[in-house]
Design a protein around this ligand. Structure first.
Ligand SMILES: CC(C)(COP(=O)(O)OP(=O)(O)OC[C@H]1O[C@@H](n2cnc3c(N)ncnc32)[C@H](O)[C@@H]1OP(=O)(O)O)[C@@H](O)C(=O)NCCC(=O)NCCS
Length: 182
Protein backbone atom coordinates (compact mmCIF):
# COMPACT_ATOMS: atom_id res chain seq x y z
CA UNK A 1 0.00 0.00 0.00
CA UNK A 2 1.28 3.48 -0.89
CA UNK A 3 1.21 5.76 2.15
CA UNK A 4 0.46 9.44 1.71
CA UNK A 5 3.04 11.94 2.87
CA UNK A 6 2.69 15.26 1.10
CA UNK A 7 4.28 18.50 2.27
CA UNK A 8 3.65 22.15 1.56
CA UNK A 9 5.52 25.10 3.05
CA UNK A 10 3.93 25.16 6.47
CA UNK A 11 1.55 22.18 6.36
CA UNK A 12 1.90 18.50 5.64
CA UNK A 13 -0.67 15.82 4.85
CA UNK A 14 -0.25 12.20 5.85
CA UNK A 15 -2.43 9.15 6.37
CA UNK A 16 -4.12 9.00 9.76
CA UNK A 17 -3.18 6.38 12.36
CA UNK A 18 -4.74 5.29 15.67
CA UNK A 19 -2.40 7.72 17.45
CA UNK A 20 -4.22 10.64 15.76
CA UNK A 21 -7.61 9.86 17.34
CA UNK A 22 -7.34 12.48 20.16
CA UNK A 23 -6.21 15.22 17.73
CA UNK A 24 -8.98 14.37 15.24
CA UNK A 25 -11.47 14.27 18.09
CA UNK A 26 -10.36 17.81 19.02
CA UNK A 27 -11.86 18.84 15.64
CA UNK A 28 -14.73 16.38 15.05
CA UNK A 29 -15.79 16.49 18.71
CA UNK A 30 -15.77 20.29 18.96
CA UNK A 31 -19.13 22.10 18.80
CA UNK A 32 -17.65 25.18 17.06
CA UNK A 33 -15.61 23.23 14.51
CA UNK A 34 -18.63 21.07 13.57
CA UNK A 35 -21.24 23.86 13.51
CA UNK A 36 -21.41 23.79 9.69
CA UNK A 37 -20.91 20.04 9.35
CA UNK A 38 -23.90 17.76 8.80
CA UNK A 39 -23.44 15.87 12.08
CA UNK A 40 -23.42 16.51 15.81
CA UNK A 41 -20.01 16.59 17.54
CA UNK A 42 -18.54 13.07 17.50
CA UNK A 43 -17.44 11.10 20.54
CA UNK A 44 -13.87 9.82 20.81
CA UNK A 45 -15.20 6.30 20.08
CA UNK A 46 -16.90 7.57 16.91
CA UNK A 47 -13.60 9.11 15.79
CA UNK A 48 -11.71 5.90 16.59
CA UNK A 49 -14.13 4.00 14.31
CA UNK A 50 -13.68 6.62 11.56
CA UNK A 51 -9.92 6.24 11.78
CA UNK A 52 -10.22 2.45 11.64
CA UNK A 53 -12.42 2.73 8.51
CA UNK A 54 -9.98 5.24 7.00
CA UNK A 55 -7.06 2.88 7.52
CA UNK A 56 -9.00 0.04 5.88
CA UNK A 57 -9.95 2.30 2.97
CA UNK A 58 -6.29 3.26 2.57
CA UNK A 59 -5.45 -0.28 1.47
CA UNK A 60 -8.31 -0.61 -1.04
CA UNK A 61 -7.46 -1.06 -4.71
CA UNK A 62 -8.17 1.29 -6.32
CA UNK A 63 -7.91 3.66 -3.39
CA UNK A 64 -10.89 6.04 -3.30
CA UNK A 65 -10.77 7.53 0.20
CA UNK A 66 -7.97 9.59 1.71
CA UNK A 67 -8.45 10.68 5.31
CA UNK A 68 -5.36 12.71 6.12
CA UNK A 69 -3.91 14.29 9.24
CA UNK A 70 -2.99 17.95 8.73
CA UNK A 71 0.42 18.49 10.31
CA UNK A 72 1.95 21.82 11.31
CA UNK A 73 5.45 21.41 9.87
CA UNK A 74 7.02 23.80 12.37
CA UNK A 75 5.65 22.26 15.54
CA UNK A 76 5.07 18.74 14.15
CA UNK A 77 1.62 18.47 15.67
CA UNK A 78 -1.69 17.47 14.10
CA UNK A 79 -3.89 20.56 13.80
CA UNK A 80 -6.68 19.31 11.59
CA UNK A 81 -8.08 16.70 9.28
CA UNK A 82 -8.64 16.60 5.53
CA UNK A 83 -10.65 14.21 3.43
CA UNK A 84 -10.49 13.53 -0.29
CA UNK A 85 -12.99 11.08 -1.76
CA UNK A 86 -12.60 9.97 -5.37
CA UNK A 87 -15.98 9.35 -7.02
CA UNK A 88 -16.51 5.67 -7.86
CA UNK A 89 -18.32 6.37 -11.14
CA UNK A 90 -16.22 9.44 -12.07
CA UNK A 91 -12.67 8.63 -10.99
CA UNK A 92 -11.31 11.86 -12.52
CA UNK A 93 -13.24 13.75 -9.84
CA UNK A 94 -12.98 13.94 -6.05
CA UNK A 95 -14.75 15.73 -3.23
CA UNK A 96 -12.70 17.36 -0.49
CA UNK A 97 -13.55 18.22 3.09
CA UNK A 98 -11.36 19.84 5.73
CA UNK A 99 -11.39 21.09 9.29
CA UNK A 100 -8.88 22.72 11.61
CA UNK A 101 -8.87 23.01 15.36
CA UNK A 102 -10.48 26.39 16.24
CA UNK A 103 -7.22 27.58 17.89
CA UNK A 104 -5.69 27.61 14.39
CA UNK A 105 -8.36 29.67 12.64
CA UNK A 106 -7.91 33.09 11.11
CA UNK A 107 -4.21 32.92 10.18
CA UNK A 108 -4.47 31.75 6.58
CA UNK A 109 -3.94 28.08 7.41
CA UNK A 110 -7.33 27.02 6.02
CA UNK A 111 -6.53 28.64 2.69
CA UNK A 112 -3.10 26.96 2.65
CA UNK A 113 -4.78 23.65 3.42
CA UNK A 114 -7.17 23.94 0.46
CA UNK A 115 -4.22 24.83 -1.80
CA UNK A 116 -2.28 21.81 -0.55
CA UNK A 117 -5.27 19.49 -1.10
CA UNK A 118 -5.64 20.78 -4.67
CA UNK A 119 -1.94 20.26 -5.29
CA UNK A 120 -2.12 16.75 -3.85
CA UNK A 121 -5.19 15.83 -5.90
CA UNK A 122 -3.99 17.25 -9.20
CA UNK A 123 -0.26 16.48 -9.03
CA UNK A 124 -0.14 13.27 -7.00
CA UNK A 125 -3.45 11.64 -7.92
CA UNK A 126 -3.80 13.01 -11.46
CA UNK A 127 -7.37 14.19 -10.88
CA UNK A 128 -9.10 16.52 -13.33
CA UNK A 129 -11.76 17.99 -11.05
CA UNK A 130 -11.84 18.64 -7.30
CA UNK A 131 -14.92 19.98 -5.56
CA UNK A 132 -16.10 20.84 -2.10
CA UNK A 133 -19.54 21.51 -0.65
CA UNK A 134 -20.02 23.98 2.17
CA UNK A 135 -22.90 25.24 4.27
CA UNK A 136 -24.28 28.51 2.81
CA UNK A 137 -23.44 30.29 6.09
CA UNK A 138 -19.85 29.03 6.25
CA UNK A 139 -18.04 32.23 5.30
CA UNK A 140 -14.48 31.15 6.28
CA UNK A 141 -14.82 27.99 4.13
CA UNK A 142 -16.21 30.08 1.26
CA UNK A 143 -13.31 32.54 1.43
CA UNK A 144 -10.68 29.83 1.88
CA UNK A 145 -11.91 27.95 -1.21
CA UNK A 146 -12.30 31.11 -3.32
CA UNK A 147 -8.85 32.41 -2.38
CA UNK A 148 -7.34 29.01 -3.13
CA UNK A 149 -8.89 29.18 -6.61
CA UNK A 150 -12.07 27.11 -6.30
CA UNK A 151 -14.92 28.83 -8.13
CA UNK A 152 -18.48 28.77 -6.84
CA UNK A 153 -20.62 26.49 -9.03
CA UNK A 154 -24.02 26.72 -7.45
CA UNK A 155 -26.38 25.42 -4.84
CA UNK A 156 -27.49 21.85 -4.19
CA UNK A 157 -30.84 22.08 -2.45
CA UNK A 158 -31.35 19.90 0.65
CA UNK A 159 -28.00 18.27 0.00
CA UNK A 160 -27.47 17.04 3.55
CA UNK A 161 -29.57 16.16 6.54
CA UNK A 162 -28.21 17.72 9.72
CA UNK A 163 -29.35 17.43 13.33
CA UNK A 164 -31.27 20.68 12.62
CA UNK A 165 -32.99 19.47 9.43
CA UNK A 166 -32.30 19.66 5.69
CA UNK A 167 -29.50 21.97 4.59
CA UNK A 168 -28.49 23.25 1.17
CA UNK A 169 -24.85 23.17 0.07
CA UNK A 170 -22.87 25.59 -2.06
CA UNK A 171 -20.48 23.77 -4.37
CA UNK A 172 -17.00 25.03 -5.25
CA UNK A 173 -14.67 23.38 -7.74
CA UNK A 174 -11.27 23.61 -9.36
CA UNK A 175 -10.26 22.06 -12.68
CA UNK A 176 -6.76 20.81 -13.30
CA UNK A 177 -6.13 22.90 -16.44
CA UNK A 178 -7.38 26.13 -14.82
CA UNK A 179 -5.37 25.37 -11.70
CA UNK A 180 -2.14 24.80 -13.66
CA UNK A 181 -2.73 28.11 -15.48
CA UNK A 182 -2.89 29.93 -12.15
C1 LIG B 1 -12.94 26.58 7.08
C2 LIG B 1 -11.67 26.67 7.91
C3 LIG B 1 -10.75 25.49 7.57
C4 LIG B 1 -10.96 27.97 7.57
O1 LIG B 1 -9.75 27.98 8.29
P1 LIG B 1 -8.92 29.32 8.63
O2 LIG B 1 -7.55 28.91 8.97
O3 LIG B 1 -9.67 30.16 9.60
O4 LIG B 1 -8.95 30.02 7.20
P2 LIG B 1 -8.12 31.30 6.76
O5 LIG B 1 -7.43 31.91 7.93
O6 LIG B 1 -7.32 30.89 5.58
O7 LIG B 1 -9.28 32.28 6.36
C5 LIG B 1 -10.02 32.12 5.17
C6 LIG B 1 -10.80 33.41 4.95
O8 LIG B 1 -11.88 33.47 5.89
C7 LIG B 1 -11.81 34.66 6.65
N1 LIG B 1 -12.26 34.30 7.99
C8 LIG B 1 -11.69 33.41 8.83
N2 LIG B 1 -12.44 33.32 9.94
C9 LIG B 1 -13.49 34.16 9.77
C10 LIG B 1 -14.64 34.49 10.56
N3 LIG B 1 -14.85 33.92 11.74
N4 LIG B 1 -15.52 35.38 10.07
C11 LIG B 1 -15.33 35.97 8.86
N5 LIG B 1 -14.28 35.66 8.06
C12 LIG B 1 -13.39 34.78 8.52
C13 LIG B 1 -10.36 35.08 6.60
O9 LIG B 1 -10.19 36.46 6.76
C14 LIG B 1 -9.99 34.66 5.18
O10 LIG B 1 -10.46 35.60 4.26
P3 LIG B 1 -9.49 36.32 3.20
O11 LIG B 1 -8.97 35.22 2.30
O12 LIG B 1 -10.36 37.28 2.50
O13 LIG B 1 -8.41 36.93 4.05
C15 LIG B 1 -11.98 26.68 9.44
O14 LIG B 1 -12.88 27.74 9.69
C16 LIG B 1 -12.56 25.39 9.95
O15 LIG B 1 -11.84 24.44 10.22
N6 LIG B 1 -13.90 25.34 10.10
C17 LIG B 1 -14.58 24.18 10.64
C18 LIG B 1 -14.69 23.06 9.64
C19 LIG B 1 -15.35 23.54 8.36
O16 LIG B 1 -16.33 24.28 8.39
N7 LIG B 1 -14.81 23.06 7.24
C20 LIG B 1 -15.25 23.43 5.92
C21 LIG B 1 -16.09 22.40 5.32
S1 LIG B 1 -16.52 22.88 3.65
Amino acid sequence: MRRVSYDGDRLGLRDVTEADVPCLHAVYGDATATQHMPFAPRTQDDVARLVEQAMEAASAQPRLLYVLAVVDRTHHDVIGVARLHVETDHPHSAEIGFGLHPHQWGRGIGTDLVRLLLSFGFKELGLHRIWGARAPANLPAQLAMLTAGMVEEGRIRHHVHTPHGWRDSIVHSALEDEWIDR
